[in-house]
Design a protein around this ligand. Structure first.
Ligand code: VGL
Ligand code: ZN
Length: 200
């Protein structure tokens, strides 16, 4: 089987001290670097969340508080703190991640009006071209790591299954925004029911 590793949104703003910090996000760096060096992957694809200023997914754009509920037209289910604004430090890859190993970087979230949690399709269904890239390389198995498990990793994994790839999320190489274990388990169960497998 030819495999790809997708590393999702390993950008400063998703790390502790970042504007949309994922708790303990920095704990996955070693594991991710090791995976990238393992030689198991024919391609390593990184995503880079890449929002314009005043993005419609930002709470500040609506004069609302971060994490307030909002669910319409490809935005939501909540509004986010400003994060990963194009050409800012927060949008750069974390300095401890060996980003020279990335074969391809997919930017997403760059349309003011539509967010993109998945590396495959924007929230309105627009194609980001990743499935075609992987198919051209005869890749049949996709392993997914990165931030955050309950948003961009989850939606990338679901689209990967839908695109026909054998899809595994590497649990030791991802962290979630959600900290309630029961709610997180529900999210993992949903992924499993839709065909995603997990490995430590
Ligand atoms: C993400 C919320 C907004 C993620 C990106 O990478 O999971 N979450 N933008
Ligand atoms: Zn975002």
């Amino acid at each position: 089987m030819d495999r790809a590793l997708l590393v999702i949104d390993l950008q400063n703003d998703f790390y502790p001290n970042g504007s949309l910090a994922v708790p303990n996000g920095d704990e996955i760096n070693n594991t991710i670097n090791k995976l990238m060096k393992s030689g198991r992957y024919k391609a390593i694809v990184a995503t880079q969340d890449w929002h314009p200023k005043n993005d419609k997914s930002f709470a500040s754009t609506h004069n609302r508080k971060p994490f307030s509920e909002y669910n319409q037209g490809g935005i939501g289910p909540v509004l986010w703190p400003d994060h990963c604004v194009q050409n800012t430090k927060g949008a750069e890859f974390h300095p401890d991640i060996e980003s020279e190993k990335f074969n391809l970087i997919i930017r997403k979230g760059y349309h003011y009006k539509v967010d993109s949690y998945s590396a495959f399709y924007e929230n309105d269904g627009s194609n980001l071209g990743l499935a075609g890239y992987l198919q051209e390389l005869n890749i049949d198995k996709v392993c997914i790591a990165g931030l955050a498990l309950d948003y961009c990793v989850k939606y990338t994994a679901l689209d990967s299954v839908k695109s026909g790839f054998d899809t595994t999320v590497v649990i030791s190489a991802t962290k979630a925004i959600e900290q309630d274990p029961k709610k997180l388990q529900k999210i993992l169960d949903e992924m499993k029911n839709k065909g995603v497998t997990f490995k430590e």
